[in-house]
Design a protein around this ligand. Structure first.
Ligand code: NDP
Length: 246
């Protein structure tokens, strides 16, 4: 899986799947731009990638802010000397029943999972269209295919990622831009920690003693899609832990 010479921007690179994807892309030879709000995390990751002989720039970004999302893509392009891949990975998962839910949690999910992805994609498309090539990789979820009680708004956002990605693919595929949806099952990351304590307990007891995936397991799927020859467009990859039933 060779990405030598490629320039790839990754949102949500400060932890979990985004961090693992950045390291995997850099190890495969790509120069990477790291976007997230926690500057200390992405700066440390960029330093680590550079120490290992790779090329990385840290760009502190809140993708929910359209200006910051646009600046992330523009600075990635300028500082990497091009942009031929965008991995829209930043996301939040705030679960719980619809009745009585704190509606600010809904806004956060819609702002990050949907609008953040849209802003970054919108900013990257002109560059990719002009180059006549590019990859947009959107991290959705099993929750983008199977809805469940307690996950309604998260389901809605990830369903949206899937619908948007397929429509976008039809718009840009003949212009040389490939669109890929990655749909992880349960992965051991910080994602659950953002939930209210009682919800965290409910999520953990739902998965019981299931062995979750590691972030690296998903990073390999992203690099697999990115490293295909140009005539091959991997549109969708669903990866679950072997003992995850739904
Ligand atoms: P983490 O919580 O470890 O990572 C989430 C990342 O998103 C962090 O880097 C965080 O950075 C970033 N992020 C959140 N809000 C913003 C924002 N406003 N602007 C910029 N970056 C932001 O979780 P995962 O690695 O698990 O999640 C990555 C993706 O994978 C998400 O889209 C998630 O929905 C998806 N996914 C995860 C699964 C799992 O089981 N873990 C299963 C299926 C899908 P920071 O806080 O520094 O801004």
């Amino acid at each position: 899986m060779d990405l030598t010479g490629r320039t790839i921007a990754i949102t949500g690179a400060s932890s979990g799947i985004g961090e693992a994807t950045a390291r995997a892309c850099a190890a495969a030879g790509a120069a990477v731009a790291l976007g997230a709000r926690r500057a200390d995390r992405i700066e440390a990751l960029a330093a680590r990638i550079e120490d290992e002989g790779g090329r990385a720039v840290a760009l502190t970004t809140d993708v929910a802010d359209e200006r910051q999302a646009r600046a992330f893509v523009e600075h990635a392009y300028e500082q990497l000397g091009g942009l031929d891949g965008l991995v829209n990975n930043a996301g939040v998962m705030l679960l719980g029943p619809v009745a009585g839910a704190p509606t600010d949690e809904w806004r956060r999910m819609i702002d990050v999972n949907l609008l953040g992805l849209l802003y970054c994609t919108h900013a990257a498309l002109p560059v990719m269209l002009e180059a006549g090539r590019g990859d947009v990789v959107n991290v959705s979820s099993v929750a983008g295919r199977i809805a469940a009680a307690g996950s309604a708004v998260y389901n809605m956002t990830k369903w949206g990622v899937g619908a948007f990605s397929e429509a976008l693919r039809q718009e840009v595929t003949k212009a040389g831009i490939r669109v890929t949806i990655i749909e992880p099952g349960a992965v051991s990351t910080e994602l659950v920690d953002q939930n209210r304590p009682e919800i965290q307990d409910a999520i953990r007891s739902r998965f019981g003693d299931m062995r979750p995936l590691e972030a690296d397991d998903i990073a390999r799927a992203v690099v697999y899609a990115l490293s295909q020859p140009s005539h091959v467009s991997v549109n969708e990859i669903l990866v679950r832990p072997s003992d995850q039933t739904r």
